[in-house]
Each structure stands twice: as C-alpha cells, then as structure tokens.
Design a protein around this ligand. Structure first.
Ligand SMILES: C[S@@+](CC[C@H](N)C(=O)[O-])C[C@H]1O[C@@H](n2cnc3c(N)ncnc32)[C@H](O)[C@@H]1O
Length: 340
C-alpha cells in the first residue's frame, strides 16, 4: 500500500472497493489487461475496461483531474472548472464520496461540503438532483472522491453505465424494523439494481432460506415463497400461507413447477452452488436469478471466473452481473435471467 494516496491520472478510471479487497480488484483489472495501479486504501486506478465491470469495484469513473490544493474554496473552484471542461453538453448529477476506510470516513464532512460547493458553482439548467433521475435522463454522474493526503479526484461516468448509482457505491439500505438480519439488506440492495423486481403473485424459490430474512422481504412484496433449507425458519414465517418450507438440502430439491425467481444465499462451496444454479438454468426451472456466492478463500478471482463460466456457459443464464455489493462481505452477488 502506498504510504500516501497517489494522484489518479486524467483519462484513466478510478475504482473504489471494500477496504481489504484492493488486491482482488487489482488482479481482476490486471487480468482484463487494464494496467491497474494501487493508489491507496480502497482506491485502484486503471485503463478503461472493455468487458464486464470488475466484481470487486463498488464504483468507478473516468478521471478528469486530480486536485491537490488544501483550501476548500480553491478545490471547489478547480473541481467546477474540471466539470465544465468535460466534453459535450450532457447534464450531470454531482456526487462526492470518500474511500470507505477509517481515514477516508473521517473526511465525510469535507466531501459533503465539496458536493454542495461544486453544485453551487455549476449552471442550474444542466444540473440534475439525483443519480436515478440522471440515469433516466441519460446524463452523467460527476464524481468527486475526497481521499486522504489532500487528494481529490474529479471525473464522470455515464449514469446508465455506472456500476452503482450510489456515491462511491455505498448503497446503504435502511434496516427495516421487521428485517431479521444483514441478509435482508443484501437482498434489497441486489433488487435495487434490477430492471424487474419480484412482486405480487410471483413464485420465488429461496435456497438456503433460514432463518428467513430474504423470504420475509419477498413475502412482504406480495410473492409466494418456497423456502428450501434444512434449518428452521423464524416462527412468524412458519404459519404464513404464502410460505412453504421445504426442510431438505437444496441439492436434493426439484420444484413441482417452474418458478419466476430463484434466490440463493446458501452457505456452501461456491463451485457446487454454481453447478446447482446452472442446473436450474439448463432445466428452465426459473426465469430470474439472484444469488449470493460465498468466497471465504484467499484466491477469489479464479473461483469467480469458474462461477461465471458455469452459470453462463453451462447454465445458459444471460445478462450475468457479478458484484460485491456494499452489504456483501466475503461474498459477491450474482444476478441473471433466462430468455423466454
Ligand atoms: C447465510 S444463511 C441464509 C440467510 C437467509 N438468506 C436469510 O435471509 O435469513 C445460509 C443458509 O444456508 C443454508 N444451507 C447450507 N447448505 C444448504 C443446503 N445444502 N441446502 C439448503 N440450505 C443450505 C444454511 O442452513 C443457512 O441457513
């Protein structure tokens, strides 16, 4: 790790990740031939990536300028100038974030103040208030990364191509009063990025469902859930007419009829889980897939490569996305669908 945060080079891409996962992100970018460089904790720079975005990147954008001034007014002036110099006349939504590390998080008030100061310096007619609206409008997400050691990186990404619409990919899902676990927030974050969501009347199969955080969220959306897990579900789910608990291994289970959605959060070996999900894909047992894949091993990328291959080539799952979400720890979340 560099002793001080390094300046990102204009034209390259800045990626941010979960602290401690820099080496995994670096390796992915290296394998993609994007010539990565570690800039500091939770920050990696690289050339543009032509294939799927790296799974371990929470967010990424193309660098316009790195500012090293210390005076907040001077930084805001220079950042606004850099934004105004971006090519084209596309409108923007402005977001500031810090690397998600203790030193970075201490700068959160600085980032918040910079976001307001830069927004106030930009012409109101080109400004869009939030990232979701920027995506709908085909606008840019202007990103300001406020990093330790007086490094501020200004740049932008098309909102429709952004890995995440949340600043720095830090998509905090509020803990719902009735949600039992972090697991429920993982599910909500995964669903947040999808074009379709499970809804009223949809049939969902939830593999590795216990104690029931995902099942509970799906039921509250009006779906019917087959919860497959040898372990017990929380009592409030067991009497629910829209929940059927199949108390057996997911490897032994076969659905009576195809489901709309397949969910999987099984605490089990990733390659075996991928093979199980591929079987569901091949047999057309579900239309949409959301799966959390556990990666407790040191060497994560070779496993991820095989998981991608198994799901896509052997399972026929399409539109595969693989991302370490904000709420994911030693794990990634996969989404995919089958063509009708
Ligand atoms: C992380 S927990 C799932 C949490 C759940 N998504 C929730 O929201 O409450 C992992 C679950 O995988 C289950 N599991 C492990 N091996 C399994 C298998 N072969 N078949 C079904 N479930 C399995 C475990 O019993 C455990 O309940």
């Amino acid at each position: 790790m560099p002793a001080r945060t390094l300046a990102a080079r204009p034209g390259r891409w800045l990626w941010t990740c979960r602290a401690g996962f820099e080496a995994h992100l670096f390796e992915e970018l290296e394998w993609a031939g994007a010539e990565p460089r570690l800039l500091g904790e939770a920050l990696v720079e690289s050339d543009a990536v032509s294939g799927p975005p790296p799974a371990f990147a929470r967010a990424g954008y193309q660098v316009a300028a790195t500012l090293t001034a210390t005076n907040p007014e001077a930084i805001a002036d220079a950042a606004a100038r850099a934004v105004l110099a971006l090519p084209g006349r596309t409108p923007w939504a402005v977001q500031a974030f810090t690397p998600d590390t203790p030193r970075g998080n201490a700068l959160a008030p600085v980032a918040e103040a910079l976001e307001s100061a830069v927004s106030a310096r930009l012409p109101a007619e080109r400004r869009i208030e939030d990232a979701q609206r920027a995506r709908e409008a085909g606008a840019l997400l202007v990103s300001l990364c406020v990093a330790p050691d007086e490094v501020t990186v200004v740049g932008a990404v098309h909102a429709r191509e952004a890995v995440s619409l949340a600043a720095g990919g830090r998509r905090r899902m509020r803990r719902a009063g009735d949600a039992p676990s972090r697991a429920a927030m993982k599910l909500e974050e995964a669903l947040d990025g999808l074009a379709f969501e499970p809804g009223r009347g949809d049939v969902c199969v939830d593999l590795g469902a216990a104690p029931g955080g995902w099942t509970q969220r799906l039921v509250s959306r009006g779906a019917k859930v087959v919860a497959v897990d040898p372990a017990r579900l929380m009592p409030e789910l067991t009497g629910n007419p829209r929940v059927k608990h199949v108390q057996e291994s997911a490897f032994a289970y076969a659905p009576d009829e195809p489901a709309d959605w397949l969910f999987c959060d099984m605490a089990w070996r990733p390659l075996e889980v991928a093979q199980l999900l591929a079987k569901w894909g091949r047999r057309g047992w579900a239309q949409h897939l959301v799966a959390n894949i556990k990666l407790p091993m040191k060497d994560k990328n070779p496993i991820l490569l095989r998981v991608r291959h198994t799901l896509g080539q052997e399972g026929g799952w399409e539109g595969l996305t693989v991302r370490q979400l904000y709420h994911d720890r030693d794990e990634v979340t996969v989404t995919a669908h089958k063509m009708k």
